[in-house]
Every structure is written in structure tokens, then in C-alpha cells.
Design a protein. Structure first.
Length: 164
């Protein structure tokens, strides 16, 4: 039985790694005072028009333009407008972003998600805490909320329940 769980876990891990592979391998390239991206052949793929950039992760790269941060695609399209004082990379579908001196959490469409500011440091973990109606929940990647009250499943595993 333990062998089956181990094989299932390894298989899931391999599939997860394959799904995170970039369309093409792009790396930041500095030209003068600006940054763009080049491919593995050294050819410039995205023009050097950014003040600062980060590596791509799941098709999104943080980029700074005219002093403000946003996200771009591997084709150089703006995915989330340059409107933030700072942004962290996306993790599980969400990214911490600083706007007007306050930290918020944004999804991959740029929508702000309500959450407690002091908990944004945990946004890079699997689940993101949020306070709703004086009760703590966790946000999943698909946006569903998990109730932190743990329950015992019939198989003996402890799990959180999904909020309807």
C-alpha cells in the first residue's frame, strides 16, 4: 500500500514539473540601463524596454517600467498593467503586490483578493490565508475557500473542508 502511494506521489511530481516548463527558454538580458529577454541562441526576443525584470515562471515574469511593476508574457505582452510599487512572483495563482503603500493579493487577471496584510508573507506557500467575516479561511489556486477546521476523512487522512 505504501508503495502505491509513493509511486502515485512520484508520478504527480513528474507531471507537475512537466506542466511548468516554459514555452521557450528566455533569460533576462541587460542592454545599457534597460532589460529585455533573450533566447538560448542569444537572440533578443523581448525588447530591452524595462527598468528591471525577473525570470519567467509559468508564463509570467515580473517587470518594472517607468518605476512601476506589472507582469509580462513570454511574447512580451503586458498581462497585468504596470501599476504597482512592487510585486512578488505568482505562486499557486496569486501574487503579493504593493499599491498606494498597502500590500494586496492579486490573481493572474490582476483582480485584487481580500486578505489580511500581515499574512501576505505566506502567499508563496500552498494555501493563502484570508480573513472573511471574522473567520480565517485558505484560498486555493482555483479561488475556492478551505475552512481551516480539520476533519478526519474515511481513509484516515486529516483534511480541510471546502466552503460552499
Amino acid at each position: 500500500m505504501k508503495t502505491h502511494f509513493l509511486l502515485l506521489f512520484i508520478g504527480f511530481a513528474l507531471v507537475s514539473c512537466q506542466n511548468n516548463a516554459p514555452i521557450q527558454e528566455l533569460t533576462p538580458k541587460r542592454i545599457g540601463v534597460y532589460f529585455g529577454f533573450e533566447n538560448t541562441k542569444g537572440e533578443l526576443q523581448i525588447p530591452a524596454i524595462y527598468d528591471n525584470v525577473d525570470h519567467f515562471k509559468n508564463g509570467y515574469a515580473r517587470a518594472q517600467k517607468d518605476g512601476l511593476w506589472g507582469f509580462i508574457s513570454e511574447t512580451g505582452d503586458t498581462l497585468i498593467d504596470f501599476q504597482y510599487e512592487f510585486v512578488e512572483p505568482f505562486s499557486n495563482g496569486y501574487a503579493p503586490a504593493k499599491q498606494d503603500g498597502q500590500w494586496i493579493l492579486i490573481d493572474k487577471k490582476g483582480n485584487a483578493i481580500e486578505c489580511a496584510n500581515e499574512q501576505l508573507a505566506m502567499a508563496n506557500s500552498h494555501l493563502i490565508p484570508t480573513l472573511r467575516d471574522n473567520h480565517w479561511y485558505f484560498i486555493q489556486e482555483d479561488g475556492r475557500l478551505l475552512d481551516p477546521k480539520l476533519t478526519q476523512s474515511p481513509s484516515g487522512f486529516t483534511q480541510a473542508s471546502v466552503v460552499p
